[in-house]
Structures are given as C-alpha cells and as structure tokens.
Design a protein around this ligand. Structure first.
Ligand SMILES: *Cc1c(COP(=O)(O)O)cnc(C)c1O
Length: 234
C-alpha cells in the first residue's frame, strides 16, 4: 500500500516526464489534487508533502473542508463541480478558483457575492467541445459571448478554460477534441495577460492533454485512492 506522499510523488513524476517529453518547460503544468469525498486528514498529509492546489466537487463538503483547514492559508481551493445558483454564495465566500462556470447567471451571482475584502475570484469557463447535450460546459459557439460577460465582472478574474473530454472515444477523436480546445485557448489568450490556465487531463489522459498544451491536470484517485460512491446529491 503506497502512502499519499508516495502517490503524489508518482503523479508529479509522471507530469514532469510528460512535460519534458514534449519539450515544454518543467513546472509549466500544475497538479490539482482532487480531494472530493476524502477526509481532511488526507488533505493534511498531501499538504505536508508540499501539495498546495486542491479541488473539490461538492459545495457543502468543500466549504466544510475549507473552513476546517483555514489555518493552512496557502492552500488554493478550486471548485470543479457543477454549481446550482442557490449555492453560489458559499462558493464565492470560500473558494479561490471556480473552474466550472458555464453560464452567465452563475458568473453574475459569484461576482455579486464575492466578499470585497477578498481578491477577485479566479474563473475558468468550462467548455463542452463535443457539444453533447448531457454534459455541462458551454458550447464553443457560445463561448466568446460568455468570455466577454465574465470579463466585465469586476470581482472575477478570467483565468482560462476547463474541460472534461468524453473518456470513451477513439484516440483520434480525443486528439481532435484536445487540439480544438488548445486552439480555442490560444485564440482567447491573445491580449489577455491573466488568461493562462488550460485545465484538462486526468489520470487516464494526462500525457495526451499535456502534449496538447494543458497547464493543469486534475488527479484524484491516483493520489487519494478509490472513492466510495457519493450518495448525497447537492
Ligand atoms: C473527480 C474529478 C477529477 C479526478 O478524477 P479521478 O478519476 O479521481 O482522478 C478530475 N476532474 C473533475 C472535474 C472531477 O470531477
């Protein structure tokens, strides 16, 4: 049985190897440790090893952890799960980043509810490149309008794009999706100095995502072990 520290090292080594393999600078890809459903004791172990970026999916659970670990003030907390509009206040109050913004209503509420004594909330817009009706994420043909609107909100800082490409597709399809995403990211990054984050890639598609310009991979199971199915539906 490996420890969390050992698994973190393995994950970091894989990121470094994948980054070097495509001649990208070391440390150009960040590791987001996805700690959903895992106890704060696990987060503390990862923190002691040096991990600082953590991702949570469920708002109630995330808020409890952020509150409980408030003394570890250099943790950067990322919300990566779906957000209902009646939960935006908790997110705006407790998180540093929200990667799962895919509609204006949510962005507006996060902006309005962000405490003014805090730094602006960092935002990634979640895009749905494959345009599957069932998935969250804004369609590509609606992205530019949402970008313009998010940019106009003073308590939000638009940092980039997030995507969860469909896992069960052919290699060619996966590459196609990732290159569309990268092209879109590069196009939007022009003249936007803070637009620096392309959050794509999980355990199974990390190498390919890094080859296609990912700047942040999101890894849960490979660090914290398997999750039991979450029962609560927020
Ligand atoms: C759960 C989750 C992850 C991590 O998934 P693992 O399979 O545990 O590595 C990454 N991104 C999002 C959006 C998730 O919900």
């Amino acid at each position: 049985m490996q420890t969390i520290a050992e698994r973190l090292k393995t994950a970091q080594d894989s990121i470094d190897a994948a980054t070097t393999a495509v001649n990208r600078p070391t440390n150009s890809v960040k590791l987001l440790a996805v700690s959903k459903t895992k106890p704060v004791s696990d987060i503390k172990l990862a923190y002691e090893y040096g991990q600082r970026l953590f991702g949570e999916n469920y708002i109630q659970e995330g808020v409890e952890k952020v509150t409980e670990l408030a003394e570890l003030s250099d943790i950067e907390w990322h919300m990566i799960g779906p957000i209902q509009s009646n939960k935006t206040k908790d997110v705006a109050n407790h998180f540093d980043w929200v990667q799962s913004v895919d509609r204006l209503k949510i962005a507006r509420r996060l902006n309005d509810q962000r405490p003014t004594h805090k730094a602006p909330l960092n935002i990634c817009i979640q895009v749905n490149v494959e345009a599957e009706a069932s998935k969250s994420g804004v369609a590509l043909n609606e992205l530019d309008a949402l970008v313009a609107e998010v940019e106009s909100l003073p308590n939000l800082t638009l940092r980039g794009l997030m995507a969860i490409p469909a896992p069960d597709v052919s290699d060619a399809q996966q590459r196609q999706t990732l290159s569309t995403l990268k092209q879109t990211f590069d196009r939007l990054a022009v003249n936007r100095s803070q637009f620096d984050t392309l959050s794509v890639g999980m355990s199974n598609d990390m190498q390919l995502a890094i080859a296609h310009g990912s700047t942040m991979v999101r890894i849960g199971t490979a660090i914290f072990g398997a999750r039991t199915k979450k029962q609560v539906n927020e």
